[in-house]
Write a protein that binds this ligand. Structure first.
Ligand code: ADP
Ligand code: MG
Length: 246
């Protein structure tokens, strides 16, 4: 499987009622299979950039292509979302159903009737069984698969959301501050997991500079602009990126 390449050319996003654009003429190219960390102070535009890639935010100007697809064309964004694993900053797990069902639901677009029957009976469709077991084991959530997600801790919920994003072996993995609520051991494990999907393009937003340093490429946003793009920034550059917030 090959990753999806990403092209942003001169992209500007302006939210209604905001004087300052959330993204200001941002240009970034990511090769298929490349893995990078997206850093920057709160409000810098990290979440906006990730949402933009899946058509969740409409740009006022510029060009966006993901895996050659246009996220603002209905048919193309559907295709795009099918090969993308996305872990939102605030998780969107479905309350009232189990962690297992939540993890499976990310792949429901591909199900046929027998798969729906299996899930309705609390079973795992056979083609997802091995990978689900492996992910649950790797994330230490095997024993909470039957729990309703509203009974889980923040860290457990995050691991469930991560497992859901990984279940389909995505070509593109977008993770928005996925490590923020995790203790150091689980944060490191989450990064290891995110970066281990064969061939996938990976973007992880984080405000943890030392975690970002595990990536060969770090893109920094500051007040909606690219402030750095390349090898992890040194201490002086990091200070400039974060100086006075944004
Ligand atoms: P980050 O993820 O880096 O913290 P965001 O992308 O969430 O930053 O936000 C960038 C800027 O856009 C901030 O000023 C934020 O307040 C603003 N913003 C984000 N989402 C919305 C929205 N839905 N409506 C209005 N302003 C928004
Ligand atoms: Mg954010």
């Amino acid at each position: 499987m090959t990753g999806a390449d990403i092209v942003l050319e001169d992209v500007t996003v302006t939210f209604a009622g905001r004087a300052v654009p959330a993204l200001d003429r941002v240009s970034v190219s990511v090769r298929a299979g490349e893995q990078l960390a997206l850093v920057g102070p709160s409000g810098a535009g990290k979440s906006t950039l990730l949402r933009l890639l899946l058509g969740g935010v409409r740009p006022a100007g510029g060009r966006v292509r993901v895996g050659g697809l246009d996220p603002f064309a209905t048919q193309q964004v559907r295709q795009l979302r099918q090969f993308t694993g996305y872990v939102r900053q605030r998780d969107d797990l479905v309350p009232g159903v189990s962690a297992r069902t939540n993890i499976l639901m990310g792949q429901s677009w591909s199900w046929r009737m027998p798969d729906w029957w299996a899930v309705a009976r609390g079973r795992v469709p056979s083609r997802h069984a091995a990978r689900l077991a492996e992910l649950a084991e790797g994330h230490g959530i095997t024993d909470i698969l039957d729990e309703r997600v509203e009974n889980l801790s923040g860290g457990q919920r995050q691991r469930v959301a991560l497992a859901r994003a990984l279940l389909g072996d995505p070509r593109l993995l977008l993770a928005d501050e996925t490590t923020s609520g995790l203790d150091p051991v689980n944060a490191a494990r989450a990064v290891a997991d995110l970066t281990s999907v064969e061939g996938a393009t990976v973007m992880l937003s984080t405000h943890d500079v030392s975690l970002a340093g595990r990536f060969a490429r770090v893109v920094a946003l500051r007040a909606g602009r690219i402030a750095h793009d390349g090898a992890p920034p040194d201490a002086r550059e990091t200070e400039l990126i974060y100086a006075h917030g944004s």
